[in-house]
Write a new protein. Structure first.
Length: 456
């Protein structure tokens, strides 16, 4: 198997090579074709100039002689073509030997037809519309090249090749850099995922990427690692708490029953009542766990109906007056008049939410404390606030208060409870498309806000 860095580098280089080859071939063909057309145009103009020269010479002399236009022989020799002057009856006046230029021409230097094959073209020489002679121009290629033309073409081809090689080198360096930008964060994330699969939730990816998608991937995997670590901690805590919650009443029952059997404790009515209370507490724990299981399996059925929250809050608060009076706690209401606080929900489940919130507020508020219940509208939501000035919650415990059987520091553990109430509350609210927020400071108090979707 190859690394992603190596594969990306090879892919970039192969694409670069293919692109450079295609561009090089295309540019070379284009330049060659354009150069051929340019040389053919020059050659045609040369033909026209030669014919015009002989016409002017005939006009001056009035006839053909062996010296007519003979001065063109040197130019023709240097230009790698042969001239033959003929009269009107196509009888030679004078001519050049093709073999004289065979040794110096650049055959094969251009991709044109008939290279190395001697060909001729015959042009009429006319005066006043009358043909007075012919000039035969012969050459060993369809395009005549001088040494300067060959050098120019070679320099173009070399430039194309050199530029292709330099481009390939630059692309290879850039591809290595780009592949590293891609491969480093991906490799770290891959290694991190392997570590997570092996149970190492402390692993983190620290190599930041400037590529948005890869950086989002890195952050997401780091968040996943944090959540897995959190869930692993909760799992261990859950096992420990369940064991503790179940073992405590069973130990009490076992120890007391063994003492009664051994005659250490007398079998009295008070003793039996105490054991029965432990059994009830144990049964309540099992019942709460079953309720939680129903919510989390989403198998619970809800009976939806209109609920007026203001009336429900006032009605249910009355059930807590006895407990409030014993602790000297004051309950205040802040409910705006002339407003409708109607929601759609299961009234029994909403009652369970209010019972849990008020029970917690009373439970964790010390004597002579105060609880404030607020009800108001915010945007398209109805907000219920339960505020107390009780013992509060530590900041490190806040993220876990909705977890099963979670209870915070020892001061809160000393108060009766099994840590399931808020878990059930959150599940009920989720079934009603509602949200809950808890803000708290240790020693100052707690504020719980529930957001219900409004029906009006």
């Amino acid at each position: 198997m190859q690394s992603i860095s190596k594969k990306l580098s090879i892919l970039f280089v192969l694409c670069a090579v293919a692109a450079i080859l295609l561009v090089t071939i295309f540019v070379n063909l284009t330049v060659s074709n354009k150069f051929n057309l340019y040389m053919i145009d020059i050659q045609n103009k040369r033909y026209e100039r030669i014919v015009s020269y002989f016409e002017e010479a005939y006009k001056r002399e009035g006839k053909w002689t062996k010296d007519t236009g003979i001065e063109l022989i040197h130019e023709a020799y240097m230009g790698n073509y042969c001239l033959t002057l003929m009269d009107s009856k196509k009888q030679p006046v004078w001519g050049m030997d093709p073999d004289d230029i065979l040794t110096q021409i650049h055959i094969g230097d251009m991709s044109v037809q008939n290279n190395g094959v001697y060909t001729t073209k015959t042009f009429e020489i006319t005066i006043d519309g009358k043909v007075v002679g012919y000039v035969d121009i012969g050459q060993y290629s369809s395009v005549l090249l001088s040494e300067e033309d060959v050098n120019f073409k070679d320099s173009i081809n070399k430039s194309i090749v050199v530029s292709g090689v330099i481009t390939l080198m630059i692309i290879s360096i850039v591809s290595l850099f780009i592949s590293k930008q891609f491969s480093t964060p991906i490799r770290e994330v891959a290694n991190l995922s392997v570590s997570l699969s092996q149970g190492n939730f402390e692993a983190k990816s620290t190599s930041k990427s400037k590529i948005e998608e890869l950086e989002n991937l890195r952050k997401s995997v780091n968040i996943l690692a944090e959540k897995l670590k959190h869930q692993d901690t909760l799992r261990k805590r859950l096992v420990s708490d369940i064991t503790h919650e179940i073992r405590t009443p069973l130990n009490v029952l076992q120890n007391n029953l063994e003492a009664m059997i051994d005659g250490v404790f007398p079998v009295t009515n008070e003793g039996l009542i105490y054991l029965n209370e432990e059994i009830i507490r144990f049964g309540k724990l099992i019942n709460d766990l079953n309720i939680l299981k129903e919510f989390e399996s989403e198998s619970i059925k809800l009976n939806y109906e209109p609920i007026h929250l203001d009336d429900l809050l006032k009605e249910m608060s009355k059930d807590f007056f006895i407990g409030v009076e014993k602790k000297g706690i004051l309950i205040e209401y802040e409910i705006l008049a002339n407003e409708k606080y109607q929601i759609i929900g299961d009234i029994d489940k909403i009652k369970q939410v209010i019972i849990n919130l008020l029970s917690n507020a009373i439970k964790f508020t010390e004597r002579n404390g105060k609880i404030t219940i607020k009800l108001y509208k915010e945007m398209k939501q109805i907000v219920v606030e339960v505020i107390d000035n009780g013992i509060g919650i530590k900041q490190e415990d806040l993220p876990f208060i909705f977890e099963r059987l979670y209870r915070g520091d020892k001061s809160r553990n000393q108060i009766e409870g099994n840590g399931i109430g808020l878990t059930i509350v959150k599940n009920i609210l989720e079934l009603h498309n509602a949200k809950i927020e808890v803000n708290s400071r240790e020693g100052i108090g707690t504020k719980v806000k529930v957001y219900f979707p409004s029906t009006n």
